[in-house]
Design a protein around this ligand. Structure first.
Ligand code: PMP
Length: 363
C-alpha cells in the first residue's frame, strides 16, 4: 500500500496515558487514579474557566494567528521581548516546528536516550536522522558524549532538563561546557517542560542563564505546572530570527481563541502556580523517600514525576510492564517503558498514598 510513506510503519506511536474512567468501569471501581501523564492534581487556575467561557463567544471567528495578547503576557511574565517568543499547540508542536525549521532529510538530530518519546517521532517525520546518545548509569544525560556525537550533519540537539521520563537534571557547569563545545550553527533546544518544579539551585533556568546565546532555544509549556494540558499551549524563547522562522511554519490558527484566552488568564496566577508547585515538590520528596526503601536506585527527580528503574525480566515477563499491570489492576494508572522502567506522576497526597500502597506490595 503506497498511499502513505513506507517508513511510517516502523515509526513508534506516541502512547497516551489510559483514560481513568474506562479503567474504573472495567474494574467496577468508583474512580481510578491517573498518574501517567505528568499532569498536576489541581483543577484549572482561578480565572481560567471564566476566560475560556468568555472567549467562546468568539468561536465563529478565527483566532489571532500572531497570539499577540498571549505573547505580550509571556513577555511580561518572563522579561523577554515578544519578538523572541513563539507560541504553539503545545510545546510538542513547537519541538516539531524546530525540527522543521532546522533539519532536511539526511540531517542529524542528537538527543539522549531515554528521553521524551516525541523526539524520535518528530525527527523521523521530518526525514531527519536520529542520533541517540545513551544515558549515564545514573539515568541522566551524558553531555560529554552528546557533544562528541555532533557532526557536520547535526542541525539540532535536544536536551530535556529535567529529563522525561527519568526526572534527572543537568547542572549549570556541565551545561556551560556542553554549550561551549557545540558549534554556533547548531541549534540547541533546552526542553524545560518541568522547569517550575526544579528546586536544585545548580540546575539552570535556560531563560536567565542562556538568553545571550543565539543558538539556544528554551522550550516551555503551560501543560504542566500551569495546569493547561487540555488547552494545548506551549511557547519557546529564541533568537528573534529563530522565533520568526518557527512562527512562519506553525500550522495556521493552531492555537485556538479559547486556548489563548485561558493561557493569558493562567499567566496572571504565577503566585498560585508557585504555591501549587511547592505542594507537588513536597509530595515528590515524600514519595521518593518511600520508594527508595523499596527500590534504592530511584534517581533524584526535579520534575513532577519519579522514575522507577525496572529493567529486565520478572516472573511473568518484563518487570516494568508487570509492575504497571499490577498498579492498573488496583486502579492506579502509571506509565511503563518496557525493558527500562516506570514513570509515576506525583498526584495529590491521597493519590500518592494509594500508589505507594500498591508499590509496597508489588516491589
Ligand atoms: N516536553 C517534554 C519533556 C514533555 O514531557 C512533554 C509532555 N509530556 C512535552 C514537551 C509536551 O507537552 P505539551 O505538548 O503538552 O506542551
Amino acid at each position: 500500500n503506497r498511499l502513505t510513506r513506507p517508513d511510517l510503519a516502523s515509526l513508534p506511536s506516541y502512547v497516551p496515558g489510559r483514560n481513568p474512567a474506562d479503567l474504573a468501569r472495567e474494574l467496577g471501581m468508583a474512580e481510578a487514579i491517573k498518574l501517567a501523564s505528568n499532569e498536576v492534581p489541581f483543577g484549572p487556575l482561578p480565572g481560567v474557566v471564566e476566560a475560556v467561557a468568555e472567549a467562546a463567544a468568539l468561536a465563529h471567528r478565527y483566532p489571532d494567528p500572531a497570539a499577540a495578547a498571549l505573547r505580550a503576557a509571556l513577555s511580561e511574565q518572563y522579561g523577554v521581548s515578544a519578538d523572541r517568543i513563539a507560541t504553539g499547540c503545545g510545546s510538542v508542536a513547537l519541538a516539531e516546528h524546530l525540527a522543521r525549521v532546522t533539519s532536511l532529510p539526511g540531517d542529524e538530530i542528537v538527543y539522549s536516550w531515554r528521553s521524551f518519546e516525541a523526539y524520535p517521532i518528530i525527527t523521523a517525520t521530518n526525514g531527519a536522522t536520529s542520533v541517540r546518545v545513551p544515558n549515564t548509569a545514573g539515568h541522566g544525560h551524558d553531555l560529554t558524549a552528546m557533544a562528541e556525537a555532533v557532526t557536520d550533519q547535526t542541525r539540532l540537539v535536544l536536551v530535556c532538563n529535567p529529563n522525561n521520563p527519568t526526572g534527572t537534571s543537568v547542572r549549570r557547569a556541565e551545561l556551560d561546557r556542553f554549550l561551549d563545545a557545540v558549534p554556533d550553527d547548531v541549534l540547541v533546544v533546552l526542553d524545560e517542560a518541568y522547569r517550575e518544579f526544579v528546586t536544585d539551585p545548580e540546575v539552570p533556568d535556560g531563560l536567565t542563564a542562556y538568553g545571550d546565546r543565539p543558538n539556544v532555544v528554551v522550550l516551555r509549556t503551560l501543560s504542566k505546572a500551569w495546569g493547561l494540558a487540555g488547552l494545548r499551549i506551549g511557547f519557546l524563547v529564541a533568537h528573534p530570527e529563530v522565533a520568526a522562522a518557527v512562527r512562519k511554519v506553525v500550522t495556521p490558527f493552531s492555537s485556538s481563541t479559547v486556548a489563548q484566552a485561558g493561557a493569558v488568564a493562567a499567566l496572571a496566577q504565577a503566585e498560585e502556580v508557585r504555591r501549587r508547585c511547592t505542594l507537588v515538590v513536597a509530595e515528590r520528596e515524600r514519595v521518593t523517600v518511600a520508594l527508595r526503601k523499596l527500590l534504592p536506585e530511584v534517581p533524584e527527580s526535579q520534575a513532577n514525576f519519579v522514575w522507577l528503574p525496572l529493567a529486565g525480566a520478572a516472573g511473568q515477563g518484563d518487570r516494568a510492564v508487570e509492575f504497571a499491570r499490577v498498579c492498573e489492576s488496583r486502579g492506579v494508572i502509571v506509565r511503563p517503558f518496557p525493558g527500562e522502567g516506570v514513570r509515576v506522576t506525583i498526584g495529590s497526597p491521597a493519590e500518592n498514598d494509594a500508589f505507594l500502597a500498591v508499590a509496597e506490595s508489588a516491589l
